[in-house]
Design a protein. Structure first.
Length: 329
């Protein structure tokens, strides 16, 4: 399973754990890395002390490479500096133009990834020094960069930036998806929703139950339903009571949505949680979890059981190996 991605990142299998904000901590990132993939921390809004602490905790759990993901909708210079100072040498950027921060990361010897939704954006990223492109299809859960499905997007991006490695993101949850991504010319897969079903994912048990019960048609792509903390941030979530009430009301804009301002849950970490808040329900959440922002991609229909993250990595890799071997016969 060694690909150009594996060689570049010094990993054993071409699987990257997606940066699922609120669900990922050192335990999940380290488990993925220990299984041969690439785990990733997500301190988008964390203070610098927390950034350093998460990196140190992850390093205590794994001697393998892991990455840090930074959302460029927020100032990230200080977090990048802290991560580089702590020895992180794989940096993933998301949203907006990475050009201002790429030189600093590369000057420290880091390999830089950037997530895009079009071939044009991929070319711009490569032109500013990005080493690996993550091409995210519309099927992806959480915050979605583009509007093109993964199947047509990957070969277009591969053709646009070859020989730069491309990682396929969106709709991939098993070895069949990984094998398909490799067949399309990608050098690996970026997987999120499947890892929500890992024992190490820091999500509420009810959220996980809803993921297991969902089928491929139970997600919805929306431009601005939940109050993501930056503008113009489309996202994909599970359909739930909040979505149904909003659709029944004619999809009104913020300020006119049914139930706005209603406290539906609480968390020791953040306090009261109002309807439409962008918040990943963690284990300490109490209240109407079913009505919260339940991020999930269209691959959710393939997610049906709780497993250690390491087993997920190994299962996906082994299934892909078998498929590729059969196709070569």
């Amino acid at each position: 399973m060694q690909t150009a991605l594996c060689k570049r990142l010094d990993i054993e299998v071409p699987i990257i754990q997606a940066p699922m904000g609120g669900a990922v901590g050192p335990a999940l990132a380290a488990a993925v890395s220990n299984a041969g993939g690439l785990g990733m921390l997500v301190p988008w809004r964390a203070d610098i002390a927390t950034v350093r602490q998460q990196i140190r905790e992850t390093r205590a759990l794994t001697s393998r490479p892991f990455a840090i993901n930074l959302n460029l909708e927020f100032p990230q210079e200080a977090r990048l500096e802290a991560a580089l100072d702590e020895g992180v040498r794989i940096v993933s950027f998301f949203w907006r133009d990475p050009a201002p921060l790429v030189p600093r990361a590369k000057a420290a010897g880091a390999t830089v990834l950037h997530t895009v939704g079009t071939a044009a954006a991929a070319r711009r990223a490569v032109d500013c020094g990005v080493d690996i492109i993550v091409a995210q299809g519309w099927e992806a859960g959480g915050h979605v960069r583009g509007t093109v499905a993964t199947m047509p997007l990957i070969p277009i991006v591969v053709d646009a930036v070859s020989p730069i490695p491309v990682v396929a993101a969106g709709g991939i949850a098993d070895g069949r998806g990984l094998a398909a991504a490799l067949a399309l010319g990608a050098a690996g897969a970026w997987i999120g929703t499947r890892f929500l079903a890992s024992r190490e994912a820091a999500i509420h048990p009810r959220y996980r139950e809803l993921l297991f019960a969902a089928c491929e048609g139970d997600t919805i792509f929306v431009d601005d339903l939940f109050d993501v903390t930056w503008p113009n941030a489309p996202h994909r979530v599970l359909r739930n009571k909040t979505v149904a009430a909003w659709e029944a009301a004619g999809r009104p804009p913020s300020g006119k949505r049914p139930g706005e301002g209603e406290v539906i849950a609480t968390s020791k970490a953040v306090g009261p949680i109002v309807r439409y808040r962008s918040y990943t329900p963690g284990p300490d959440t109490e209240g109407d979890v079913d009505s919260m922002s339940l991020w999930a991609g269209q691959s959710v229909g393939l997610v049906s059981k709780l497993q250690p993250a390491g087993d997920i990595v190994r299962e996906i890799a082994e299934q892909a190996k078998v498929i590729l071997r059969q196709l070569a016969e």
